[in-house]
Design a protein around this ligand. Structure first.
Ligand code: IMP
Length: 499
């Protein structure tokens, strides 16, 4: 006979945290959100930890190289989507890794034989007003000059004027030598009143550009997540089909951590994939998604470095209605976290959990952490920001960003939903949608992090492990849910006269 679970499957909105005594030392400035993302032994430092417990979803509409840089700069991690060619994904990983805080690979490049028309066209397509002029027009060619808008008169100069006739030539440029530190580069920028400092090697080959504004930005990101070479930490999604091609390319491109991205991860394919990675590479790999203790034990036995929890709770997800599988995110997380703790007691090995999908309100993140997650993965949350890869559109009077599921026809990510069948999606498990545009990532993160820290202080905790140990969590009745929002008052609409 089938096994029945007597408890209903619950979601985050059905729970609240009960405040604990707030000690005098519980202030938001003292809260640390640092959290491990790979397994480690008792008392050992994990090989990889985040400075904020956030990861962006392995989705075309969320995590590309731009998001990866932006989120690592804020202390979290992106897993660059795998539903693209191996070469394209490796290129994105490489690009994010090459983005040294303050040192950027030149994105706009031409040769001296190009013309002013080419400069204008490039500027129109990239928005960059600084163009590096190299012998072969590549970002790593021999630097021959620089063109900025100060070098030509837009209205007067003829379109066919060759760049060599108006660029600032190499001999007149102030350049830094490779190996220069950011403070040294900044000193040169200030001394010579520059907007951009090219960094070249001993053979005059261009390596990076340092912009004055980037240096300022760098100083604003105290939580940025860097590897030993001072590059941003970058993750990448893989599947259980083409991993023998994909993993070597991602490792070569510099990925720091991988995650097997699958709708249902309790499978022998995941075990095979982990085994292959562990016997050929030295790179951590997370696995999932699972929603119960059996799935957790299976993936941990296979060698997973972290385990991702959640089936059917994603904002764009229609898996539950299409297939009837899944579990309320809170119930899934509570059970898996309990099993993780048991495993830790038995073996002394701590396996971090990622709660993936279904975060609707900021407080859901705090609840997920309190229930035992070490970090969360979010799609909708990040899709709303400037840094997500999709178009910003105006629908009616509102700005929106496009956001589509990996199981939608638009993404065509059949590998994520693969059950060993044909190479196509028989039916959709995700929708194509819009989310309200919300501005830049950092300003939104600051607000969300402020709320999490404040709640942690209410709960008498200044670290995530402390919150996991000390939190008191209560179910809410359907009736008391009503009093959770503003109630029995008339909300003032903005725009009314007198506002
Ligand atoms: P969100 O944060 O609620 O938007 O959920 C994001 C999560 O939904 C992702 O990390 C995936 O685990 C999951 N997901 C992404 N695309 C799909 C889909 O098309 N169908 C079902 N789940 C999806």
């Amino acid at each position: 006979m089938a096994k029945f679970y007597t408890e209903p499957s619950r979601t985050f909105s059905e729970y609240l945290l009960i405040p604990n005594l707030t000690r005098r030392d519980c202030t938001t400035e003292r809260v640390s959100l640092r959290t491990p993302i790979v397994k480690h032994g008792r008392g050992e430092q994990p090989r990889l930890a985040l400075n904020i417990p956030f990861s962006s979803a392995v989705m075309q509409s969320v995590s590309d190289d731009v998001m990866a840089v932006a989120l690592a700069r804020s202390g979290g991690i992106s897993f660059i989507f795998g539903s693209q060619s191996v070469a394209e994904q490796a290129r994105m990983v490489g690009k994010a890794k090459a983005f040294k805080a303050g040192f950027v690979v030149s994105r706009s490049n031409l040769t001296p034989d190009h013309t002013l028309a080419d400069v204008r066209a490039l500027k129109a397509s990239t928005g960059h007003s600084t163009v590096a002029i190299t012998d072969d027009g590549t970002p790593r060619g021999k630097l021959l000059g620089i063109v900025t808008s100060r070098d030509y008169r837009d209205s007067r100069d003829p379109a066919d004027k060759p760049i060599r006739a108006f660029m600032t030539p190499y001999a007149s440029l102030v350049c830094g030598r490779s190996g220069i530190s950011l403070p040294e580069a900044n000193d040169l920028i200030w001394e010579h009143k520059l907007n951009v400092l090219p960094i070249v090697d001993e053979t005059q080959r261009l390596e990076h550009l340092v912009f004055r504004k980037d240096y300022d930005a760098h100083k604003e990101y105290p939580l940025q997540l860097l590897d030993a070479n001072k590059s941003y930490v970058v993750g990448a999604g893989i599947n259980t089909r083409d991993y023998k091609e994909r993993v070597p390319a991602l490792v070569a491109a510099g990925a720091d951590i991988l995650v097997i991205d699958a709708s249902d991860g309790y499978s022998e394919w995941q075990r095979d994939t982990i085994e292959y990675i562990k016997s050929n590479f030295d790179i951590p790999v997370g696995a999932g998604n699972i929603v119960d203790r059996e799935g957790f034990r299976y993936l941990v036995a296979a060698g997973a470095d972290f385990v991702k929890v959640g089936i059917g709770g994603g904002s764009i997800c229609i898996t539950r209605e299409q297939k009837g599988i899944g579990r309320g995110q809170a119930s899934a997380l509570i059970e898996v976290a309990e099993e993780r703790d048991r495993y830790y007691e038995e073996t002394g090995i701590y396996v971090p959990l990622c709660s993936d999908g279904g975060i609707v309100h900021d407080y859901h993140i705090t609840l997920a952490l309190a229930m035992g997650a070490d970090f969360v993965m979010m799609g909708r949350y990040f899709a709303r920001f400037d840094e997500s890869p999709t178009r910003k559109l105006k629908v009616g009077n509102n700005f929106v960003k496009e956001f589509w599921g990996e199981g939608s026809n638009r993404a065509r990510n059949w590998q994520r939903y693969d059950s060993g069948g044909k190479e196509n999606l028989l039916f959709e498990e995700g929708v194509d949608s819009y989310v309200p545009y919300a501005g830049g990532l950092q300003e939104n993160l600051d607000k969300t992090l402020g709320k999490i820290k404040s709640t942690m202080c209410n709960c008498g905790s200044i670290s995530i492990p402390e919150l996991q140990r000390e939190a008191r969590i209560t179910l809410v009745s359907a009736t008391s849910l009503v009093e959770g929002g503003a109630h029995d008052v008339m909300i003032k609409e903005t725009g009314l006269s007198g506002d």
